[in-house]
Design a protein around this ligand. Structure first.
Ligand SMILES: [Zn+2]
Ligand SMILES: [Zn+2]
Length: 211
């Protein structure tokens, strides 16, 4: 959809200038409270200055990503990413306090896909793609209630592992494991042995961050 360029002087006060359009779109500025009537989950950073709500209960999918970028940027052997459409996410606190990092450019800028952090405590908030957010279930707040914790485990259970070829630890959970992107690389067993070679004939799903 082509956008007509509007000179900055004609923009309403609450609208950002060209290049900052993303500030006016989900999840930074989304839908009305009505659309978020039934909030399914709330997530927040460690210091609590950034908070978001989810109106969708289950992610489109959830994966463990063992790629080296996730390992380094999270300081963890792998990342648990739950994929949500951006329109299902809404910041209720601190969206003006976020910082961005483009791993492709190695620059602190909002260039998609990019990583989003709380600028105060540096908690990674999400990986932002064009239409999707990769959220981290660790941030979803359920409190001490055991039943809520069980529900969170069930909701965010992973479908598969990706980039298992560059794993730091073996995960013997019997879930599908891909050497690179899912459906787009070799299928491995828990020990990293090839079960199925990738054939170009497969229909493939693009990297969710490019969606
Ligand atoms: Zn914080
Ligand atoms: Zn990764």
């Amino acid at each position: 959809m082509a956008k007509t360029a509007v000179p900055p002087s004609f923009l309403p006060v609450n609208q950002s200038r060209e290049g900052e359009d993303w500030r006016c779109s989900p999840p930074y500025q989304s839908s009305t409270q009505d659309e978020f009537d039934s909030v399914k989950w709330t997530g927040r950073c460690h210091c609590g200055q950034v908070e978001y709500q989810l109106k969708r209960e289950k992610p489109l999918t959830a994966k463990f990503c063992h790629c080296q970028i996730c390992q380094v940027l999270h300081g963890a052997p792998f990342q648990l990413a739950a994929i949500f459409p951006k329109s299902d996410v809404r910041f209720t606190r601190g969206h003006e306090k976020l910082t961005f990092y483009s791993s492709g450019e190695k620059r602190k800028e909002h260039k998609l896909p990019c990583k989003v952090y709380c600028s105060y405590c540096n908690t990674p908030i999400m990986d932002e793609g064009r239409n999707m957010c990769l959220l981290f279930p660790e941030l979803i707040d359920v409190g001490p209630d055991l039943e809520d914790q069980r529900k969170r485990r069930e909701t965010f259970e992973i479908k598969c592992h990706i980039f298992y070829g560059s794993r730091i630890v073996d995960i013997k959970d019997g879930k599908p494991k891909w050497s690179g992107l899912d459906e787009k690389s070799e299928l491995l067993d828990d020990n990293g042995q090839v079960l199925l070679h990738y054939t170009e004939t497969k229909t493939i799903e693009d990297n969710p961050l490019q969606m």
